[in-house]
Design a protein around this ligand. Structure first.
Ligand code: ATP
Length: 425
């Protein structure tokens, strides 16, 4: 164990306690010196040092008791909480899901499909992580649940503006989260479902079809079920959107975090076969400002292209001639009802694929690279990944792109998104 400096601190946690931290002024380093501890379901290795950069928020929880040292603890916000009752509820949920997975496995059926809902900043993503990590930590069971992220504002799988699915086979790592091997990603292209509700629901439907196919091919994944994260937009159209997603994804269990009203409304409007459960949020969950969210999005996109401290990537920069690619956007302005041709609906406009003339307005936008081979397939096809436009040269008729792969681009069909990123590397 390293010697402690004046800003460092050691903590003795009793069973069911947690050490919460918000890193505001200097990175912290956490080391478990004895006992067992975890962060959002990921077990910490004894004597290993974990670094948390400025902006990180989290909690080290222990079921059994442990001792921890924390470098720079006194320069940041840290405290030990004894009020961790929600963790017991979350463990109970995990035990129930395990029973449902066992039953599914025995009967060769689909396992529990569980959706987590609630307003912003109640710990929805955190609870998804806890339940997924606990599932894959079950000794000898080889659980392979699917994590579905419908939260386009954060975009944990891929980048913000997307929805996606990932088969989880092992616990997340503290530094890099879940392994991002072969995710299924659909491009929505906006940061909130309100931007184009018809397109959002279309993407959810397509995602469901891809996931359904994958589950049908793998009995283990099928029996392990799904854990679904959602946006914090729950009122008015947001509620309707949640209801539609729950029905589309054939959800069995809905966990409502900290909102009695939402719980009552979902119970009222969902079929009786869907189990709706109200859970308390953890007292440690931190509210995040608009600016924090915007910075977190930039960080996510930067990580997409450049990787992390422990797993850096070396993206490529190259020019693409206007003539080498076709750039599309999805959604055309909706005509007033009186001008609508017979048999055409607003949905047809909102999901219409429109060719875009390359120009300066592409600068800093992310373009999704589509697996589609024809224009008709674009709306229904998942994506390979993204490039970021770092320059537009009208004279040479080229765009410069930042791309994870070397030239040439793996496709010729690109989709313009609303998501912007200023590459400063
Ligand atoms: P959003 O509506 O934006 O999707 P959310 O409901 O998914 O938010 P989380 O992202 O899970 O909320 O949590 C919000 C923040 O609180 C995160 O930074 C998370 O790390 C932190 N957090 C969650 N639980 C705890 C805890 N017990 N102690 C300290 N911090 C926590």
């Amino acid at each position: 164990m390293a010697t402690l400096g004046p800003d460092d601190e050691s903590f003795e946690l009793k069973q069911d306690q947690e050490l919460r931290f918000e890193v505001e002024n200097a990175p912290i380093e956490i080391e478990v010196t004895s006992g067992l501890a975890e962060i959002f379901g990921v077990e910490l290795v004894k004597s290993k040092k974990y670094l948390f950069p400025i902006g990180a928020k989290g909690a080290v929880f222990t079921w059994q008791g442990c001792a921890i040292t924390m470098k720079n603890a006194r320069k940041n916000m840290t405290y030990v909480s004894k009020d961790t009752t929600p963790m017991n509820y979350y463990m109970n949920v995990h035990i129930i899901l395990e029973k449902q997975r066992d039953e599914a496995e025995n009967d060769s059926k689909r396992g529990p499909i569980t959706m987590i809902v609630g307003p912003q900043d109640v710990g929805k993503s955190t609870l998804c992580h806890i339940l997924l990590n606990y599932a894959v930590r079950m000794p000898g069971l080889n659980r392979k649940p699917i994590f579905i992220d419908l939260d386009v504002g954060q975009g944990e799988i891929s980048v913000p503006g997307t929805i996606g699915a990932l088969v989880i086979e092992r616990p997340a790592t503290i530094e890099d989260g879940f392994s991002q091997l072969a995710p299924i990603v659909y491009n929505f292209g906006h940061l909130t479902p309100t931007a184009n509700m018809d397109l959002y629901q279309h993407c959810v439907e397509r995602l469901w079809k891809s996931v359904d196919e994958r589950m049908n091919k793998d009995a283990k994944t099928n029996a392990s079920g799904m854990i679904i994260n959602t946006c914090g937009w729950i009122k008015g159209d947001g509620f309707k959107c949640l209801l539609a997603c729950a029905k589309r994804l054939r959800v069995d269990n809905i966990l409502v975090l900290d909102q009695e009203r939402l719980y009552q409304e979902l119970k009222r409007d969902l079929p009786k076969t869907t189990d709706v459960v109200l859970l308390h949020k953890s007292g440690g969950v931190v509210d995040r400002t608009r600016q924090y969210r915007s910075e977190a999005r930039d960080k996510r996109i930067k990580e997409y292209f450049y990787g992390s401290r422990l797993k850096p990537f070396n993206p490529h920069s190259f020019d693409v001639k206007f003539g080498e690619v076709q750039i599309y956007k999805i959604g055309a302005p909706v005509l007033p009802d009186s001008c609508m041709p017979l048999g055409v609906t607003a949905t047809d406009f909102l999901t219409k694929v429109v060719l875009v003339q390359p120009g300066p307005s592409l600068l800093h936008h992310l373009l999704a690279m589509s697996f589609a081979t024809t224009e008709q397939e674009i709306i229904d096809t998942n994506i390979i990944g993204f490039v970021c436009v770092t320059n537009v040269d009208m004279q040479r008729q080229t765009i410069s792109v930042l791309c994870l792969q070397a030239r040439p681009l793996p496709c010729t069909k690109l989709i313009l998104t609303d998501i912007q990123y200023m590459d400063s590397n």
